[in-house]
Design a protein around this ligand. Structure first.
Ligand code: SF4
Ligand code: SF4
Length: 393
């Protein structure tokens, strides 16, 4: 067993101080060292050095990591935990006993997510199944939002700026977002146009590969990067704007050729500015930090500033807005029990705010919170921050 992707240098940055423990959602609900960042780094270090034999039973501790990178954000020693867990997972995938669950998730990613045409067809079939009431029999089906007509880029793959054109941006349409939350994209693009941006939709763009990397399929992620880089090279743009935090974090880390160009929607709008709001609202809003925005991209201020600038919006904070909701890509499907324990803590925090709307910046969080609030019989609405911001126009 070689564990060749894990880097000794990265692992050696951990000084075992334990300052990350209380920030880790899996440690918070279990109190176990093995479910903490320090415990996981220790385990991977022993495997890498060969001082502990690789043990199938211990793999569970790696599987139970959300990859939320909260530990990375609070670590005083600069441990690159995101890079460690992605490499560690890829090494573990080579070493572990094959399981149907893992095989099915990898096959679904490679055969479905990487192919926009197949994904759109699957989305259409799911929408039909929903209207016939067939999706409520399986847990993953119950998690899904009510699907609407899918998002499609405009003819000519360009949406013009409103008024004077000040910027030209590329927009990541992505894989599942146009199917699950087309309204988020519509709102995001309207905001970009209002901010004076001409929006270009790179033809032939595919999934960015984030879910592949998070699930230990670095080779799959790399193939997608190569394919996407050929597409991005065909058009000039000031920024590649992304309205999904997980994708944005992956593009910033995994696409070095785009360094400095990838911008989260809120980061970009805060930079270029929105026009004067037109509507006065009466809305109590709380904001859930997406892990891959707050911890991986360190963006917490911009979304809050944008929300506070909306006339009539009262932004109320949760006690722990930056603790993961338990969604974490495929985690809620692969590790439903732990995901639900973390979600229940989040729902208590959320409901205490008595907000009308919880606003998010990532489709996974949106789906998780919607399902959780439905389960609690709450009328609190979950929406993407683009949908909240666009209410002012
Ligand atoms: S990951 Fe960072 S905060 Fe956590 S134990 Fe290691 S050095 Fe300390
Ligand atoms: S990534 Fe999240 S779940 Fe994993 S060890 Fe770090 S804080 Fe804990």
């Amino acid at each position: 067993m070689t564990f060749e992707r894990l880097s000794d240098d990265d692992l050696a940055t951990c000084v075992h101080c334990g300052l990350c423990l209380d920030a880790c959602p899996t440690f918070r609900v279990t109190g176990l060292e093995t479910e903490s960042p320090r415990g996981r780094i220790y385990l991977m270090t022993q495997w890498k050095r060969g001082t502990m034999e690789f043990d199938q039973a211990q793999v569970e501790h790696i599987d139970l990591c959300l990859g939320c990178r909260t530990c990375e954000a609070v670590c005083p020693s600069g441990v690159p935990y995101g890079r460690i867990i992605e490499a560690g997972r890829a090494d573990v995938e080579d070493a572990r006993r094959p399981s149907f669950k893992r095989w099915a998730s990898r096959t679904a990613l490679r055969q479905l997510l990487a192919h926009p045409g197949r994904l759109r067809l699957a989305g259409l079939a799911t929408r039909i199944a929903q209207t016939m009431g067939l999706t409520s029999v399986v847990r993953s089906g119950r998690m899904l939002p009510r699907l609407r007509p899918q998002y499609r880029p405009p003819d000519g793959n360009v949406a013009p700026a409103v008024g004077e054109r000040k910027h030209r941006v590329a927009f990541l349409t992505g894989c599942v977002m146009p199917i699950l939350y087309p309204q988020s994209h519509r709102a995001a693009i309207k905001l970009l146009q209002l901010a004076g941006c001409e929006v270009w939709f790179p033809p032939g763009e595919r999934c960015c590969g984030a879910l592949f990397a998070h699930n230990g399929d670095l080779e799959g992620a790399e193939r997608l990067r190569e394919s996407n880089m050929r597409v991005y090279g065909k058009g000039g743009f000031d920024a590649l704007v992304v309205d999904s935090a997980g994708c944005g974090a992956h593009l910033k880390d995994f696409y070095p050729a785009l360094k400095g160009k990838v911008k989260d929607l809120t980061e970009w709008l805060a930079e270029v500015g929105l026009p004067e709001p037109q509507n006065e609202l009466k809305l109590r809003v709380t904001y859930q930090d997406a892990c891959h925005l707050a911890h991986a991209q360190r963006i917490k201020k911009q979304p809050r500033d944008l929300l506070r600038a909306m006339p009539g919006v009262n932004l109320v904070e949760m006690r722990h807005p930056d603790i993961c909701c338990g969604a974490a890509g495929l985690y809620s499907t692969l590790e439903p029990k732990m995901s639900n324990r973390i979600l229940q803590e989040k729902l208590d925090d959320l409901l205490n705010t008595k907000a009308d709307v919880v606003t998010v910046a990532n489709p996974g969080c949106q789906m998780q919170l919607e399902a959780g609030l439905r389960g609690r019989g709450s009328s609190m609405k979950v929406e993407h921050i683009a949908e909240t911001l666009v209410r002012s126009y």
